[in-house]
Each structure stands twice: as C-alpha cells, then as structure tokens.
Design a protein around this ligand. Structure first.
Ligand code: FE2
Ligand code: FE2
Length: 376
C-alpha cells in the first residue's frame, strides 16, 4: 500500500537534499520583497511541487448506471439539445472539480439524444471518444464520414476534426459515454473551438467509410497514405472487438494485472488511436482475480459486460454493466470477475499515449499478500 512508500526513510522532507529552511522574521520580510517583484524562493514550494512520488488530486470513484441513468434521462426533457450544444451530464471527480475531470486530466460524461434529434457540427482542439451505452440509431459524422454506431461500439473524434451527431431512431434514446482530453488541453492553454459555418456537414455517400476502408483487422488498402496524428479508422464495432478478445483468450491467459487485454489500434502505426488518449478492451475470465499494480497514467473504466469488483487503493468498488469507475494515476488497483460462469468485459480509456510520449511511464507491482490489497 501507499503507506509502505511513505514510511521509506529516504522520503523524509527533513533530509539533506530536500528544502528544509526554517522560518524567521528576516526570511518572511525577504519573501514579501520577492513577491512584490513577481518572484519567490524555490525552497518555500520545492517539496510541494516536486513530490517524492505522484500525488494525484483525483480520488477513486464509481458512478453506478442505475444512479446516473435517471438523471441523464431527466436532462432530455429539461434542456433542449440546441441550447445545451451537447446534452451531457459530466462525471466530476471530487478532487478535480476545478478542471471538470473524471480523473487526472481526462474528462468524461454521459450524453443523451432524444429520438430524431441531431446536434450541430463543431470542432475543437480537444480529442474525443465515444462508447455507446444504449439505443439504436446513433450516428456521428467525423470530417464528412458518417458512422453509425450501436451499443458497446467505440468511436473516435480526433482533435481538429469536424463532428456532429444524432439519433435517427423513432422511439428510443441514445445514451453514450464521452471521453475527452479537455482538462489536458486547458492545462496547456491550447484550447480552440469553432462552430461549423454551415452548422451541418454534408456526409460522404457511403456510411462507415473509415471502417470499410481501414477496419478489416488483417488487410490494409494497398498504397494507403495517411500522415495524420490519429487513426484513420474512426469506429470500432463491438462484435469485432469482443470476438478479437475472446479469440485471444483461447490461446492466452493474458496478464496477471489485466487478464486478456487488447488495445484499440491505429491500423497505420499499430499504436494508440489518438495522440493523447488510448483505449482498451479487456476480458476477465469467469472467476478471474487480477493482482494489484500501480502505474503512471489515469484510466476511466466502463463495464461493457458482466459484473465484478475492483479494489482501488484499498477500497472495494462493486460494478456491473455500464457502471463507470476511475483509477487515478499511481493508485493500486486489481480487478475481480465475481461470476464463475460468465466473462466480464471492461472498456477503458487512458492518457497513456501522452505519458509514454513524455517518457513518464512508471509501474510497480504489489508484491506482498499474494499481490492482493487489504480492504481498508
Ligand atoms: Fe465536440
Ligand atoms: Fe493497471
């Protein structure tokens, strides 16, 4: 647990090498002078801004779909889509309300669209992804490619692409989860936002063009040229995804921390789908119990199928379909499928591409107690 690290004597702030200047009246006066010139003494803030190990403000949280769904449905009659822009209930981490993050620098929300409703087109610097929760008839147009998506399908709306979406069904809501890197973009002060000059895009003739072009999984178009920073494949159907993970489970037990886990991939690079966010689908076999680990990078989980529980920093979170929970950076976590007959599937998205591109990856295994945390 974290306590074992805190008790490490080398992490004592009174040690040589850490800032340990005693306060005095002379220094207080000196600090005031510095402040008046727009400056400060590093040793007054050094230990706080350079912690021994990561100190995320986010806390582990779980949002139960049975709690959230009625609230989301209520918004459908309270607010017009055309007024809200996007009718979304966002998930506010108690430690990150200041930046509207679900965890770390990742935003997430649950969006609802009424039958026949459509939202106007816009684009922004932030990248977005969707994981469809319920309803038929969901569509999105990304840079002119109309994607039609159903429950548990995954779709991306990379930063800078024009996008709009809607619900073509006559009689059901569409509800999906949004994931964006808005808090990151804002932390970098790099946000742009633009409403489409015509309000709506004119879609290309063939629906799901990107999937038809890039989504076979085993073949690529000859002479494919693609130099953008994100995947040319914009949609990842659930059936194909589930089958791929189940197939892998036939030949591999997967990892001891995640079970059978696969990454949604940019078919051109083999890497993550977007420069700032990646996504996975993992299967926990019936009765599977993972061992704990912790790592840099924040993760938002969405229960695609099944039920079980996760232990995050010593706290147990029971989950079932369409519950959403978050694992803050450097939090110990392990996952358990409590069902002895059925597998559980967890969708997740993360900021790993950013962490990795900045060479900040770090990971630690929980090696005591057979790899399992005590529940505090
Ligand atoms: Fe958007
Ligand atoms: Fe993990």
């Amino acid at each position: 647990m974290t306590d074992t690290v805190i008790s490490d004597p080398s992490m004592d702030d009174s040690a040589i090498g850490r800032a340990r200047v005693a306060e005095s009246a002379d220094l207080a006066a000196y600090y005031e002078k510095l402040e008046s010139f727009g400056a400060g003494a590093l040793w007054t803030v050094a230990n706080e801004i350079e912690p021994w190990y990561p100190q995320p403000k986010s806390i582990p949280m779980l949002w139960r779909y049975e709690d959230m769904r009625p609230l989301v449905v209520e918004s459908a009659s309270l607010v017009k889509g055309s007024d809200a822009g996007r009718r979304v209930v966002y998930l506010a981490n108690e430690g990150r309300r200041d930046v509207a993050a679900a965890v770390g620098l990742l935003y997430s929300g649950i969006q609802i669209m009424n039958p026949g409703e459509s939202m106007t087109a816009h684009r922004h610097a932030a990248s977005a992804l969707r994981f469809v929760m319920e309803g038929s008839g969901a569509w999105t147009i990304v840079n002119g490619d109309r994607l039609e998506v159903g429950p548990n399908d995954f779709a991306i709306t990379p930063g800078g692409t024009w996008h709009e979406h809607g619900n073509s069904a006559d009689d059901n809501f569409v509800i999906w989860q949004d994931g964006l890197d808005i808090p990151l973009i804002n932390a970098l002060d790099a946000g742009f936002y633009e409403v489409h000059p015509d309000l709506y895009q004119v879609p290309g003739k063939v629906v799901n063009t990107s999937i038809l072009t890039h989504g076979s999984g085993v073949l690529k178009p000859a002479k494919r040229s693609w130099n953008k920073a994100y995947s040319p494949l914009l949609g990842y159907p659930w059936e194909q995804t589930r089958e791929a993970v189940v197939n892998l489970s036939k030949v591999s037990e997967g990892t001891e921390h995640d079970g059978v886990i696969m990454e949604y991939v940019n078919p051109v690079t083999g890497g993550a789908v977007m420069p700032t966010m990646g996504a996975h689908m993992q299967m926990l076999a019936p009765g599977f119990t993972s061992k704990s680990h912790r790592h840099t990078g924040s993760v938002v989980y969405h229960v695609a199928e099944g039920s079980g529980h996760s232990i995050i920093n010593g706290k147990r979170f029971d989950w079932k379909e369409h519950d959403i929970f978050v694992v803050p950076l450097w939090a110990w976590h392990e996952h358990h499928n409590d069902n002895q007959e059925k597998p559980a599937f967890l969708f997740s998205f993360n900021d790993f591409p950013m962490i990795n591109s900045l060479a900040l990856h770090a990971e630690e295994e929980f090696d005591s107690n057979g790899g399992h945390q005590d529940i505090g």
